[in-house]
Design a protein around this ligand. Structure first.
Ligand SMILES: Nc1ncnc2c1ncn2[C@@H]1O[C@H](COP(=O)(O)OP(=O)(O)OP(=O)(O)O)[C@@H](O)[C@H]1O
Length: 250
């Protein structure tokens, strides 16, 4: 088996006086979709922000593609090949969808074939191409945010709760798009609260609690074990509606 693309070992993060990450160990294998699950406040978003250098790890090691990310600035981390879509999406409301996409293409003009592929994943991007992104619905904005992350191939894509607040039909579209990305062999680290989404997409899973990873393994194993789900997450799949495979809604 090849070395994981991303490895966190004993990572601690302090935010002001608060000791938030308390020794996170996490491995993201290449070519897989790794779910990062956990209850509210477990430290999932802080983990992604620490990987991106938006919070400085106070201890521990973060390795990406064979090199250390500790002490590296956020822009350099992004330039090494990590796309990151935060929970608040990070799109420019006053700019059109086209301008949002153009700005995301760092290495030159957008690749036409790749853009067509993104349009097949998210038809609303094409539909609202010249519309200010701020005028779109919440779900459509989320599609723009993901579309921006996909505009150029990256080694690792990290998405923080892309299904949050979306209507079920939009969740289905999101799942279909992430599945298509995965089928291209992309490496993805996906934070989720929606266990049904996690089950639909995850190859492997890490579960966080109180600033640590308390479980890691195959997603299929966690999906099949209601007791484990209850113990780790306080909920289980029977309580969550499964997203159906579907095309994008409006
Ligand atoms: N800027 C901040 N200042 C102080 N505490 C923070 C800050 N950001 C996060 N925290 C705290 O860190 C802990 C972990 O938060 P984090 O957002 O990483 O959790 P999460 O697992 O992503 O949860 P959620 O699903 O609710 O977003 C929480 O207790 C939160 O209150």
């Amino acid at each position: 088996m090849s070395a994981p693309l991303l490895t966190l070992a004993g990572v601690h993060t302090h935010i002001g006086p608060y000791h938030i990450l308390q020794g996170v160990d996490l491995q993201v294998p290449r070519g897989q979709l790794t779910m990062l699950l956990g209850r509210n406040g477990a430290g999932k978003s802080t983990t992604l922000r620490t990987i991106m250098g938006l919070w400085r790890a106070s201890a521990g090691a973060i390795g990406f593609a064979g090199a250390s990310l500790r002490g590296v600035g956020t822009a350099d981390i992004a330039a090494r090949g990590i796309a990151y879509v935060p929970e608040n999406m990070g799109i420019f409301s006053d700019l059109t969808v086209r301008e949002n996409m153009l700005l995301a293409a760092r290495s030159g003009p957008m690749d036409g074939a790749r853009l067509e592929w993104i349009f097949t994943l998210f038809p609303s991007l094409k539909q609202f191409w010249d519309k200010p992104a701020g005028k779109l619905s919440g779900g459509q904005k989320q599609m723009v945010a993901i579309g921006r992350a996909l505009v150029e191939p990256r080694q690792l894509y990290m998405f923080d709760e892309p299904s949050k607040g979306l209507a079920p039909v939009m969740v289905n579209s999101m799942v279909a798009a992430l599945r298509a990305l995965k089928e291209q062999g992309a490496t993805v680290l996906l934070v989720e609260q929606n266990l049904a989404v996690a089950q639909a997409l995850g190859d492997s899973v890490a579960v966080m609690d109180a600033g640590r990873v308390i479980h890691h393994g195959a997603m299929a194993q966690l999906a099949a074990d209601a007791d484990l789900q209850q113990r780790l997450l306080g909920l289980h799949l029977a309580a969550a509606p499964a997203p159906a495979p579907a095309g994008e809604g409006a």
